[in-house]
Design a protein around this ligand. Structure first.
Ligand code: SF4
Length: 361
């Protein structure tokens, strides 16, 4: 059985300067057409339940109430065993949308806050205010959806360490169970990329990252993945499927699916998608690809790789197979082997891509 279902809604009310996702400005008529084709793609799924379902984007709440209900109705044919998440942007969330998501069984939300500094929000190209965030939380209170994550970002050139810590202070005072905080990345085709935006240098970002990890761990949000922190049991079950290299199905523009050793990438082209040409490429992964990808994803998690389970699952001996990469990065203080797990150190988790290069050779 495929464990996770991801559904992509590629519309936003405004476009952020750093955004590299497949999305376009919300248009009611385009969203109606998109939902029609999404429904067709969903109808091809052969199973009727998933462990987790995640509606992301884009901004799913940019859909109007009628469209949001149409989407939720389509998905109501699937039984969700554990966790049902929707991404929310504060400027497009209303009390009525809160009622709708509750009615259709959503039990977790991920809110795109990014910062509580309204000047910085404008710098990012975002349209919401702190008042919108507080209203969002109020609407969620009304329907008693209590499993709430917020997203934050650091690394903008106008951000100081004090700014970042102020964001964290404000975040932990809210009634939320989970925080995702991302190091800004500049991609060439984004507005910031075209403008040759200079983010904060790597050393400053690393110092910020260390302070973030320390602050959140001290305040009860335990780090369990590079960018993710949770109180108690409230880790993201859906995202953990990716990091544990489980199977998942993606539906919508630009999504990927991984089922056993087959990866399917959907088109990023709206016209193709609206003509039901969903799939752009299908790739059969070799055993080597599978092992590398599993290492790449597993090492994102603080617990790292359970060596015995990994060897059994992929019929290999990871310590032997990647002996030189592991030894080199242990010597650099970036990896460690402890209690049967291969994992990154506090320093290593921030420079995972550098470590992985050695596993490619
Ligand atoms: S809201 Fe999210 S998906 Fe939409 S433009 Fe901004 S970063 Fe991209």
């Amino acid at each position: 059985m495929i464990k996770g279902l991801y559904v992509h809604i590629p519309f936003c009310n405004s476009i952020c300067g750093y955004c590299d996702f497949a999305r376009s400005k919300y248009s009611s008529s385009l969203a109606d057409k998109y939902l029609t084709h999404l429904e067709k793609e969903l109808s091809e799924i052969k199973q009727d339940s998933f462990y987790t379902v995640y509606i992301g984007g884009g901004t799913p709440t940019s859909l109007n109430e009628k469209q949001l209900e149409r989407l939720l109705k389509m998905l109501s044919g699937f039984r969700v065993e554990e966790e049902y998440t929707i991404e929310i942007n504060p400027e497009s969330f209303t009390s009525a949308k809160a009622q709708l998501i509750k009615k259709y069984g959503i039990n977790r939300v991920s809110i795109g806050v990014q910062s509580f500094n309204e000047g910085l929000l404008l710098h990012m190209g975002r349209k919401h205010t702190n008042e919108d965030v507080m209203n969002t939380l109020k609407y969620l209170d009304e329907v008693q959806i209590n499993n709430r994550s917020i997203d934050l970002i650091f690394g903008f050139k106008t951000q100081s360490l004090t700014n970042v810590l102020t964001d964290l202070q404000k975040a932990v005072r809210l009634d939320i169970t989970h925080i995702s905080i991302y190091d800004l990345e500049i991609y060439p085709k984004t507005l910031f990329g075209v403008q040759k935006y200079k983010k904060l240098d790597e050393e400053t970002c690393f110092i910020m990252y260390q302070c973030i990890v320390e602050y959140l761990n001290q305040h009860g949000y335990k780090q369990y993945e590079t960018s993710n922190f949770a109180i108690g049991k409230y880790q993201s079950e859906h995202n953990k499927l990716y990091w544990k290299y489980e199977d998942y199905k993606g539906v919508g523009l630009s999504v990927s699916s991984k089922i056993k050793n087959i990866r399917v990438d959907n088109t990023t082209n709206f016209v193709a998608y609206l003509n039901d040409r969903y799939v752009a490429t299908t790739t059969r992964l070799s055993d080597e690809d599978v092992i590398f990808e599993a290492i790449m994803m597993n090492l994102r998690m603080n617990e790292g790789i359970n060596i015995k389970e990994f060897d059994e699952r992929f019929d290999c001996n990871i310590l032997e197979k990647h002996h030189s990469a592991i030894e080199k990065n242990i010597n650099r203080g970036l990896l460690e082997v402890k209690n049967g797990f291969l994992k990154t150190t506090n320093k290593g988790i921030f420079v995972l891509n550098d470590i992985l290069v050695d596993f490619m050779i």
